[in-house]
Design a protein around this ligand. Sequence first.
Ligand SMILES: *Cc1c(COP(=O)(O)O)cnc(C)c1O
Length: 373
Amino acid sequence: MTPRPLLPVAAPSLAGNERAYVLECLDSTWISSNGRYLDAFEAAFARFCGVSHAVAVNNGTAALHLALTALGIGPGDEVIVPDLTYIASVNAVTYCGAKPVFVDSEPETLNVDPDQIAARITSRTRAILPVHLYGHPADMDPILDLAERHNLIVVEDAAEAHGASYRGRPVGSLGACAAFSFYGNKIITTGEGGMVVTDDAALAARLRLYRGQGVDPQRRYIHPVVGFNYRMTNIAAAIGLAQLERVEEILTARRQIATWYAERLAGINGLRLLGAESWAVPVPWLITVLLTEGAARERDAVMAALLAEGIDSRPVFHPMHDQPPYYENIRYPVAETWSARGLNLPTFEALTQADVTAVCAALRRALTELGAP
Ligand SMILES: *Cc1c(COP(=O)(O)O)cnc(C)c1O
């Protein structure tokens, strides 16, 4: 018997104009970091986020680093970040020579808890970096209020949330600027890629300056600042533009998949889906379930049982305060508890209803074997 091919957690869908546009780059020889796809992708992505400027870069981590650099974050500064996130959010702060200061999550969506931010603001705090985790917007109004009261900058990490909105406003349009990722497992992809979006023309100009080695736009080989090479290629932008042309289709497919999961998981004891707030329109990046009992050991056993049935999954991110470079002997109880009990299930456009049924049936069997009530 041939084993069933592994059902992955994520898989890009490249069924639109991706191939035609990439071939056009090759045929025209516009394969480096200038070209019509770059201009078109930036313009279309800015529109998608409801802002006036978008600056394409070579990955989402670079987008975050570029944003913080262009905003002047540097040594001696502190930036408030969620304890529960992907490590790139925090590393970008460290690259600037600034100090990440962690805040625990709220238990419903696992996003940063706005009520715990104030206690972590000091005279050195310069910015707050909320993350829209797994596609669900962070509760931005209290964060923006706090930022205004304490004169702090807000940078959104929207790497997992293309197309989500908060109280009717698209993510990416809520802070001073926002960073997106187009890594292969994200909502839309360019292979590797990222974008910074902003409504601030002066900030957009600084982002472009730092993206391209800090070269003076008027004087070739004169570099007023130490910049980076964070440019995106026209080939990557060609893929991105084709993806963006289909983004509503991709989001509709993902929402359908989320509905299938919600229906099938509702009857299973011992787990809950990550919550959604009434004020949010989330986008299902990776469907996330949380075991209501037990801990990492049971979660890992469930993942192993799924894998034995040919279904891949991922553990929820591990808290930043427990990573070797950022270790703190302080408790972040919500992040610790739910990250240990959480797993992400396959979520991608081509997933079928039968796939979702199979994943949920395997999950039910795994939990029953573990003795869930
Ligand atoms: C993926 C991701 C990033 C980084 O994006 P890359 O393109 O992989 O560098 C940053 N923050 C979060 C929350 C992410 O999920």
